[in-house]
Design a binder for this molecule. Structure first.
Ligand code: 13P
Length: 230
């Protein structure tokens, strides 16, 4: 089945960097999977119409108004974003985002027909206390269980940027628990230290719907390989 493979550039890159990333990526790209690139916001508009499916990395929980520094769902839509990450652990940590606000972001995106990608994942203490499933379940409570076409990215915080990965069985257990929260279709992605050496094994050995790739996505050849392998 076609997988959803997302590059999350985080706060990396520049206009020149992305220009050459796109050229190198399309030279190598032979994947039949759906590829999405979450660029830093200013570059969405610049690289709209270049054959990439674009994603925002965050959105305001408000529709419009006196919210200096924020970007509305409509603005993201105008920039060509078809998807948007919300609840990424880095936004939860550095911007102190809480579930209630993340839910409002989810609603703003739906209103503008942008597909939200809700990121969830446990910190190390929770994993060590064997409380991961309860923790994920609580993070998912914000979405109505009857919601359709939900996309959830399971990203254990301790795995992001560390080279550490959960056991395959633990990924599958998280996927099953996420699916069990919804009555309708839900896509579950895995993120956390994904690279071209582990991508295939994650997608072959679990029934995950795709991957969310941080660091390794900055290398267009490496990301192209991941998109091809999974
Ligand atoms: P890394 O792939 O660098 O671990 O980052 C994962 C991530 O946070 C993607 O959103």
């Amino acid at each position: 089945m076609t997988k959803l493979v997302i590059a999350n550039f985080k706060m990396n890159g520049s206009k020149d960097f992305i220009e050459s990333w796109i050229q190198d990526f399309f030279l190598e790209q032979e994947s039949a999977n759906d590829v999405v690139v979450a660029l830093p916001s200013p570059y969405l508009i610049i690289f709209n119409d270049r054959g990439l499916t674009l994603s925002g990395q965050n959105v305001s929980n408000e529709e419009s108004g006196a919210f200096t520094s924020q970007l509305s769902a409509q603005m993201l839509k105008d920039c060509g974003a078809k998807y948007c990450l919300i609840g990424h652990s880095e936004a939860r940590q550095f911007l102190k985002e809480k579930n209630e606000v993340i839910k409002q972001k989810f609603d703003q995106l739906i209103q503008e027909s942008i597909k939200p990608i809700l990121c969830i994942g446990e910190p190390l203490q929770i994993k060590e206390a064997a409380k991961t499933i309860d923790y994920l379940s609580e993070q998912l409570d914000l979405i109505d269980s009857d919601e359709e076409d939900v996309i959830v990215a399971y990203e254990p915080i301790w795995s992001i940027g560390t080279g550490l990965m959960p056991e395959i069985e633990d990924i599958q257990m998280a996927v099953d628990s996420i699916r069990s929260k919804f009555h309708k279709t839900v896509k579950v992605l895995y993120g956390g230290s994904v690279n071209s050496s582990n991508a295939q094994s994650i997608t072959d050995k679990t029934d995950i719907d795709g991957l969310l790739v941080g660091g390794a996505s900055l290398n267009p050849k490496e990301f192209g390989k991941i998109a091809q392998l999974c």
